[in-house]
Design a binder for this molecule. Sequence first.
Ligand code: HEC
Ligand code: HEC
Ligand code: HEC
Length: 141
Amino acid sequence: MIKITTYTLEIIKFKVFITLLLIMIMGSCFVPVVAGDKIGPEITVSKAGGDECVLPADEIRRLHPGLLKHDRNSTMREGIRTLSDGGHLKGSLKACINCHAIKEDGKYINTSNPNHFCTSCHVYAGVSFDCFQCHRDTPEK
Ligand code: HEC
Ligand code: HEC
Ligand code: HEC
């Protein structure tokens, strides 16, 4: 027969207390991630340009910096401005801007507006660059 003394009872109570405390501490680590919370930037893709990017979404997200720089070099150093069929280069900055342009109050917004497609993600990711000192951040017309 197990003899339960007041002493063992106290130990059991203490263990239960510590276990509950640990569960509460661990639980609190997950509190910020409740359903409905947004993680990541809020990006708006305009439907005006079509349904498809030049690459699948997960690839263009990762690869666009290199793609843009590659095609800039093709244009600037080798004079290549279009594909052999006359279409835009995949990494054409002009084409990104034409497709991803967003209008507010009937006017195209530029990169100083936090809702600009490129800006909306770059602000979140802490990316800044000088491309738009020379290049348009709105479509040509
Ligand atoms: C000092 C001005 C200047 C800056 C800064 C600049 N560019 Fe350009 N870029 C040009 C000029 C000029 C052309 C040639 C346009 C042409 O002849 O078609 C060009 C062409 C390009 C092209 C090929 C044309 C197209 O859009 O299809 C790409 C791509 C490009 N630049 C990307 C970039 C990127 C990315 C950055 C920033 C990392 C950048 N550029 C910064 C001046 C600049
Ligand atoms: C023909 C129109 C078109 C062109 C050109 C285009 N895009 Fe896209 N882009 C889209 C569409 C539509 C989507 C949404 C596709 C999807 O979610 O599968 C998209 C998605 C993206 C995304 C992913 C957004 C997200 O939700 O994370 C990035 C980043 C992006 N484009 C950057 C670029 C860059 C940079 C260029 C130029 C090199 C470019 N796009 C050229 C139409 C275009
Ligand atoms: C979904 C998020 C997202 C969107 C949308 C997006 N970018 Fe980016 N961009 C990034 C991230 C993240 C980096 C940094 C990547 C790195 O450093 O490897 C980056 C880097 C770049 C760079 C290189 C900067 C440098 O100095 O190396 C260029 C150029 C660029 N983006 C252009 C664009 C253009 C143009 C658009 C809009 C047509 C755009 N991006 C839209 C996330 C985004």
